[in-house]
Design a protein around this ligand. Sequence first.
Ligand code: SAM
Ligand code: SF4
Length: 434
Amino acid sequence: MNEYDSNRLSDLVKKVGYQRTKDLENIDCYILNTCHIREKATEKVYHDIGRLKKIYKNKKKPAVFVTGCVAQAENDEMLDREPYIDAVVGPQSYQSIPKILQRLNKRKDKLNFTNFDVVKKFDKLNQIKNTDTKISSFVTIQEGCDKFCNFCVVPYTRGPEYSRSPLEIIQEVKDLISNGVVEVTLLGQNVNAYSHKKNGSIFKLSDLIFELENIKELKRIRYTTSHPKDMTSDLIKCHKISKKLAPFIHLPIQSGSNTILKSMNRKHTREEYLNIIKNLVAVRPEIKFSSDFIVGYPGETEKDFEDTLSLINNVKFVNSFSFIYNQRPGTPAFKLNPLKKEIQHNRLIILQNLLNNIQNNYNKNQIGKNKKVLIENKMKNQEKYFGRTDSFTPVVTENIDDKDIGKIINVRIKDCNKNTLFGVKENIDKEVAA
Ligand code: SAM
Ligand code: SF4
């Protein structure tokens, strides 16, 4: 979501005469877009600003903005600690940035924009065309979270759940398609909680997917991140019927132990999660899954940890994210006694080894098979192209050229490593169906 937000921020500031640049030595404005999920991000902000200060020691200082969830959470504290920062702008106040830039040029005050005004934000962003030209692009459809897992800062930094109107989303997807985009990933902190109410009727994620599917040039649709609680039967059925929905879901579980799920306030059990997986496989047998895991949560016993390993062995996730539990101030879990660091580290290594082995085996099993790959871009300094299978696995393809970018082609897989498949184009002339 921060990648999407950063792109939209750059579209916003274009309107007041700013251009995105890679030349850090000659900037007028520096926007540092941040994530607050783990504490390291906050320290990174001060580190990055320290680097900037050195570059501009003998030059005119650029305007410095910290945006995103660190800005939301730390706001005035941040302005006090680092006077080099001119403004902190929370994720629901981005629409104010052009105004702040103009104001900063006139006055030298410190500005704190951390209101939750998500409606105003999207009203403003809707007026500005999304200029992303990547083959596969993001579109935020939902923001915020009402789930309040005990370990997580998101409900406090992104605010309550909000769903954009389908009309706005469809228009943004059409704009992206006119830029050359052919795959969209619908984004939300709880994307499958998407629910837009109008005139007494409710428009859900499955409705949106079916609407978007009618756009001829759109080849593939993905959505992320989903919460198990919102994996409703209409959405599961959508995976059976939809022709463009990719057979892949990122469905975080965090832990395979019911005791820990309860202590985390995840609002679902291990059995409910496995039932969702079973129902999805029943309607779409080729579907693949990835997940998020938190290791070493307070109170996690050896048995709880083994429950997580057995769940991983059961589902066979094709890729996943795993983190050591990070105590976040302001969350209910903050007051719980943390486990010893050594135990947490050892468990993370065991869990990641298991995930890696499963992913490796899955990739090895693809050797010799034909995969439908959406070619996204030519790789830097190479005669090879990057793309992804419908189940999100990265594929590096040889013997194709720029004309194949944006097409879904058949690739014969010849080799693999842990993360990537390597192959060659199979049917030279024929583009395959999504
Ligand atoms: N809403 C999604 C869900 O609940 O499935 C996840 C969104 S969260 C931004 C992304 C991931 O960060 C979570 O799934 C969790 O694994 C991880 N995370 C959040 N808070 C954390 C913490 N305090 N320590 C470690 N990992 C954390
Ligand atoms: Fe955080 Fe996701 Fe839980 Fe919301 S559902 S509190 S975003 S982990």
